[in-house]
Design a binder for this molecule. Structure first.
Ligand code: NAD
Length: 485
């Protein structure tokens, strides 16, 4: 059975208690490296969402959280961060067994999750309104008030980290939460509820209801007791979320998909750019919303860089994510693997040159493994350059000059992230300005800091997570006018 299975809580966490689901049902959580079920988890339904929203509503309306005061909220959040870190190994094993990410990748994710919690705990005592000195005969000021009950709906690629991106700013600003983790990956969210309980959070402040998007997710979107939905996931689901939230005019923030351009100029340090480009697409098996899935290379160095990429990709150790030597684990599920492989077929059909990978590793008979895959001679109009694959497949394209690079990079419905590799500082700044994306890295990729806002433009969504910007969407402004005349 192993640590992962025994350490996983299996019930719903509602109103500070571990409860059986009203549905009476459970579902299997599968290890993608072995294809075996590791644990059965309680499946929530609409009735359970209602119970969770009522618990969160009560905690909010009775002031069990907001009225504790920001100092006490910060203290409890800090305690949760400490507890998470003290159990880091358990969390890491659970995430690896559930997601197929390597132990090193899980450690980075979980360490960042604790950091995010601690960073926003710091904001609890600092986020404030202002006094407005525009009237001598009046005192005008604003207050930042919590919005109320937040429904957090999260995906399977960084299960606990992306939950903390929402939970931490929501808690810091005094909101209460109903969290629905992705059906494929509920384990660390449930384990985090144990941490919340042990830290001594008031009951109802944080609730977890695992279950399908079609039932649990939809029930959160429809519930009149939810004031805001914070969603991360596919752009198509994001549109559905926004439509459904319109009925009760919930506030919405959306972190959606991407097809991010990674631009390498001929004057770049090509060795660093090659390492960066591989990290950009193969980190977490390409299951990264900001993955650098379109690599644009200046024509003069196209074949040189491609050679370096293919050499290194072929040496990538694909296998059991629990082995320390493994560099890439399995894709999250059978369905996702089939989807990624269908994109490989589409790429071949449209005339892209398959330079390496495209298949499953022959030495692994079980698990949803796939070799790192690189297509050269890709055109921006091809399906593999337009659609988010969300797997280890890189499309390599070329460009003539700065204008051409920027035009092709921006020719996408997405606008989440981008990177530029060059030694020319002016060029780096020009491109960073011209790219339509929420984040631009220069001579780097996939770097995140709790204090630096992250989010998308165009069909990659709106609202920002992390940094100070993340606080405002969890609060509303109240204006107070005191007549002094
Ligand atoms: P998904 O949209 O299928 O699911 C995301 C969450 O929404 C899950 O919890 C799911 O159960 C729920 N859901 C599904 N249908 C729903 C419905 N009708 N109502 C309410 N909830 C519903 O996405 P996924 O496959 O889990 O994750 C991959 C996607 O997430 C990719 O597109 C990726 O780019 C995106 N993503 C974006 C970011 C970002 O910060 N921008 C980060 C990570 C992942």
């Amino acid at each position: 059975m192993g640590l992962a299975a025994t350490a996983a809580p299996r019930k719903l966490f509602i109103g500070g208690q571990w409860v059986e689901p009203a549905t009476g049902r459970s579902f299997s959580v599968v290890n993608p490296a072995t294809e075996e079920a590791i644990v059965e988890v309680a499946e929530g339904g609409a009735q359970d969402v209602d119970a969770a929203v009522q618990a969160a509503r009560k905690a909010f309306d009775e002031g069990k959280w907001a009225s504790l005061g920001p100092g006490e909220r910060a203290r409890l959040m800090g305690k949760a961060a400490d507890l998470l870190e003290s159990k880091l190994d358990e969390f890491v094993h659970l995430e690896t067994a559930n997601c197929g990410k390597t132990l090193a990748e899980s450690r980075i994710e979980l360490t960042l999750a604790a950091e995010v919690l601690r960073y926003f705990a710091g904001w609890a005592t600092k986020h404030s309104g202002e006094t407005i000195p525009s009237r001598p005969q009046a005192l005008l000021y604003t207050m930042r008030e919590p919005v109320g009950v937040v429904g957090a709906i999260t995906p399977w690629n960084f299960p606990l980290l992306l939950a903390m991106w929402k939970v931490a700013p929501a808690l810091a600003t005094g909101n209460t939460i109903v969290h629905k983790p992705a059906t494929l990956t509920p384990l660390t969210a449930l384990k985090f509820a144990e941490v919340v309980q042990a830290a001594g959070f008031p009951e109802g402040v944080f609730n977890v209801v695992p279950g399908p998007g079609a039932t649990v997710g939809e029930a959160i979107l429809a519930h009149p007791g939810v004031d805001k939905v914070a969603f991360t996931g596919d752009s198509a689901t994001g549109k559905r979320v926004m439509r459904a939230c319109a009925d009760t005019l919930k506030k919405v923030s959306l972190e959606l998909g991407g097809k991010s351009p990674n631009i390498v100029f001929a004057d770049a340090d090509l060795d660093a750019a090659a390492r960066g480009a591989l990290n950009a697409i193969f980190y977490n098996k390409g299951e990264v919303c900001a993955a650098g899935s379109r690599l644009f290379v200046e024509e003069a160095v196209k074949e040189d860089l491609l050679g370096r990429l293919v050499d290194r990709a072929k040496k990538t150790v694909v296998g059991d994510p629990l082995d320390k030597g493994t560099r890439m684990g399995p894709v999250i599920s059978k369905t996702q693997l089939e989807k990624v492989l269908s994109y490989v077929e589409a790429g071949k059909k449209e005339g892209a040159r398959l330079s390496t990978g495209g298949d499953r590793p022959s030495h692994l008979s079980k698990g949803y493994f796939m070799n790192p895959t690189i297509f050269a001679d890709v055109k921006n109009s091809m399906k593999i350059a337009r659609e988010e694959i969300f797997g280890p497949v890189l499309s390599v394209l070329s460009f003539k000059d700065v204008g051409d690079a920027v035009a092709q990079a921006n020719d996408t419905m997405y606008g989440l992230a981008a990177a530029v590799w060059t030694k020319d500082v002016k060029k780096a700044h020009r491109v960073a300005r011209a790219i339509k994306a929420g984040t631009v890295w220069v001579n780097a990729y996939n770097l995140y800091d709790a204090a630096l806002p992250f989010g998308g433009t165009k069909q990659s969504g709106f609202g920002r997570e992390l940094g100070r910007d993340a606080l405002d969407p969890y609060t509303q402004t109240k204006s107070v006018w005191i007549d002094l005349s």
